[in-house]
Design a protein around this ligand. Structure first.
Ligand code: C2O
Ligand code: CU
Length: 516
């Protein structure tokens, strides 16, 4: 597991801050970097006083939400097949966490797993020392240990949380996290959360087995067991991996991993979840892609959806027949429901299968699990088609610092990286992309690989292009370049990485660090 970035963090936070002495935050992170040879001057660390000062400046209501998150082994019933897995509590996904903007989350993680773990809060821009990245912002929480996360949830929106250790998020360890806007401008009768997932854990292996196979590379041969199987057209299964999963929407290769099931809110197509409401109701649906290696193309048969938000931020409303959602991304839609029973279908893009649920407002037989509503081939919206709502737009300014980040590597050696370098968990901030508090920053991502990647930045919401949506996770197609601008207003050490959990673990990760 040498390339498993955070499975066993190589350095503790103690090492990181120079032997545990209080240095007022600004510390020297070692003598020189692993690559490039440039000297590393001081970076703001998670224990810096600036982190607490920025937190104190957030609009807090003073209300506290206390929750215990017990990460533990459990089982998931997949329409009769029992999968052994790990989850928060006993359900997959774990019980939704819902707070108001400005409320303080006090979440005690209890680690009843056999492995170290952590909780990363994907979406809220929170204080750096609560970001949940072992080796960077905290020590991993050892088996039998506890850790209390405490932070102000400042920005409203559809978020989620998951571990930031190894491939754990591709188990059942994920939970939707909704921060409600006290001044919610939208009106709707009902609200649903639809969490999409690709599932393999406990059904013939674990995500760690998958990573081991992938790390042998497509040239390795032995990792694929020699048992290719396919139905002629469509992807070819090789052991736990996939060859030839292709999607025009993703610019070619859609994914690397074979999943036996695809889930909506923890339920497989063979035992689907039914959402019920009265006909004519206007419903807000919050979609979260919690998958490890699958983009979903989502449509509700017989309906058009109005896209209102992505990654928690409002966008100019846009009609869509279907949405393309990469791993880590969220989309909110409004939909006014017809009378009847309708299929909610989330195509596993390029993989020939789908997650499925039923929306019912009246009588009539339920749709078949293998229906493919024509909306899937209609107006398919991806995030880069959207425009930020005026109130969500960054003030116009020229970037004061730009980092060009090339996505590199490939399937042959499974050597995914940034700028030709695989992330080094022993020295996570060794090649940090430096910013300074108060700067307008531009990250220019160029995808120099043959595969799409959903790139994620912790702690911030960049604007995609000149007037695109504010986001924390954005799809980059092969060959594509996107500029992602943000204001450096949240000091600390922040991961930026591919949200394909296998690509991230293989090395497609880096750190944005604030100069002290
Ligand atoms: Cu949702 Cu660094 O992750
Ligand atoms: Cu990737």
């Amino acid at each position: 597991m040498s390339a498993s970035a955070f499975r066993v963090p190589g350095i503790s936070r103690r090492d990181f801050v120079g032997g545990g002495t209080a240095l007022g935050g600004a510390v020297l992170l070692g003598a020189c970097s692993g690559g490039g040879g440039q000297t590393r001057a001081s970076l703001i660390t998670p224990d810096d006083a600036r982190v607490g000062a920025v937190e104190d400046g957030r609009d807090a209501t003073g209300r506290e939400h206390r929750v215990t998150l017990t990460a533990a082994p459990t089982t998931l019933d997949l329409a009769g097949t029992t999968a052994a897995t790990w989850a928060y509590g006993t359900s997959v996904p774990g019980d939704e966490l819902r707070v108001g903007a400005g409320d303080t989350v006090v979440a005690e993680l209890v680690n009843d797993l056999p492995d170290p773990t952590s909780v990363h809060w994907h979406g809220p821009a929170l204080r750096n020392d609560m970001d949940g990245v072992p080796g960077l912002t905290q020590d991993a929480v050892a088996p039998g240990e506890r850790f209390t996360y405490r932070f102000v949830a400042a920005n409203p929106g559809t978020h989620w949380f998951h571990p930031h250790v190894g491939t754990q998020l591709d188990r059942g360890l994920y939970v939707p996290f909704v921060v409600e806007d006290p001044d919610e401008p939208l009106s709707y009768d009902e609200e649903w959360v639809g969490v999409l997932d690709d599932w393999l854990d406990g059904v013939g292996g674990t995500p760690d087995d998958v990573l081991d196979e992938l790390l042998q590379g497509m040239d390795g041969g032995s990792g694929h067991g020699g048992h290719g199987s396919g139905d002629g057209d469509g992807p070819m299964r090789m052991g736990r991996t996939l060859m030839g999963a292709a999607s025009d929407y993703l610019g070619g290769d859609a994914g690397d991993v074979y999943y036996p099931e695809y889930l909506v809110n923890g339920r497989p197509a063979g035992d689907p979840r039914t959402f019920e409401v009265a006909p004519g109701a206007r419903v807000r649906v919050r979609f979260v892609n919690a998958g490890g290696d699958t983009a979903f193309r989502v449509a509700l048969g017989g309906h058009t959806m109005t896209v209102t938000h992505t990654d928690g931020y409002p966008v100019e409303h846009r009609e869509a027949d279907a949405l393309l959602i990469g791993m880590g991304e969220r989309f909110d839609v409004l939909v006014t429901l017809e009378d009847g029973a309708f299929p909610l279908v989330a195509l596993a893009e390029g993989k020939g299968r789908a997650a499925f649920a039923v929306v019912r407002t009246g009588g009539g037989s339920a749709p078949e699990a293998d229906t493919r509503p024509e909306e899937l081939e209609g107006r398919v919206i991806v995030a880069t088609d959207l425009t930020a709502d005026e109130g969500a737009r960054l003030a116009e300014a020229d970037p004061e610092v730009e980092h060009r980040i090339e996505l590199t590597g490939g399937m042959a050696d499974f050597d995914w990286g940034l700028n030709g370098r695989r992330h080094d968990p022993e020295d996570p901030a060794g090649n940090a992309f430096r910013v300074a508090e108060g700067q307008r920053v531009r990250l220019t991502f160029t995808n120099a690989t043959d595969m799409w990647h959903p790139m994620h930045l912790h702690g911030h919401h960049f604007q995609v292009g000149a007037d695109g949506p504010r986001k924390d996770t954005v799809i980059l197609l092969p060959g594509q370049t996107l500029s992602c601008d943000f204001d450096a207003d949240n000091p600390g050490l922040w991961m930026t990485h591919c949200h394909n959990v296998y690509h991230g673990e293989a090395g497609m990760m880096g750190v944005v660090g604030y100069s002290a």
